[in-house]
Ligand binder design. Structure first.
Ligand SMILES: Nc1nc2c(c(=O)[nH]1)N[C@H]1C(S)=C(S)[C@@H](COP(=O)(O)O)O[C@H]1N2
Ligand SMILES: [Mo]
Length: 163
């Protein structure tokens, strides 16, 4: 029997809430696929799908102003203005034919190629959420527990090193 796969749930202010498995993302149009993410993000490996490819499936409503990235695995969340990232964010979801490993932030890893440095902007490196299980579209800013200061940030990275 096939191993139980983690799904990526996309919900909130959208016309068509959906759940995606690796194969669902893989079957999105070729124009949405990035076979080798190192071509747009140096030092990163794996294959990705553009967020815009997911958006065309779920069709965010006009009321969708924020995208909240939820990672239940370690209870990490970031909420960012949709407009700022809609055209450039990607979801890294496989390495070859295999799901992206947890070690690499998988099975689904949100990534903004030209993110700002940590904590300098709403769309920063800290918003590159690993192990996302839910993408939630909202009218107002949603749950966000990114670190607020350098001490919190350092503590988070210390904790990250443990898993
Ligand atoms: N789920 C989850 N995603 C996370 C974090 C985390 O602790 N948990 N840390 C964030 C922070 S603060 C940073 S700077 C980047 C680091 O990503 P990297 O390890 O791939 O460089 O991941 C972000 N994504
Ligand atoms: Mo960060």
């Amino acid at each position: 029997m096939a191993e139980m796969q983690t799904k990526l749930v996309v919900r909130g202010e959208v016309e068509a809430a959906k759940e995606f498995l690796l194969e669902d993302l893989r079957s999105l149009p070729a124009a949405s696929q990035i076979e080798d993410v190192s071509s747009i993000a140096s030092g990163r490996t794996g294959s990705a799908v553009r967020l815009s490819g997911i958006l065309s499936q779920v069709k965010p409503k006009a009321s969708a102003k924020y995208l909240t990235l939820h990672a239940s695995r370690d209870d990490f969340h970031a909420s960012i203005p949709l407009e700022a990232i809609a055209d450039k964010a990607i979801v890294i979801y496989r390495l070859g034919d295999e799901p992206l490993s947890v070690k690499a932030g998988g099975p689904y890893r949100f990534f903004i190629p030209d993110h700002a440095a940590c904590r300098v902007a709403e769309v920063d490196e800290c918003a590159n959420v690993k192990f996302i299980d839910v993408l939630e579209f909202t009218a107002e800013r949603g749950h966000d527990n990114r670190p607020h200061d350098e001490a919190e940030h350092a503590a988070l990275h210390e904790k990250e090193g443990e898993h």
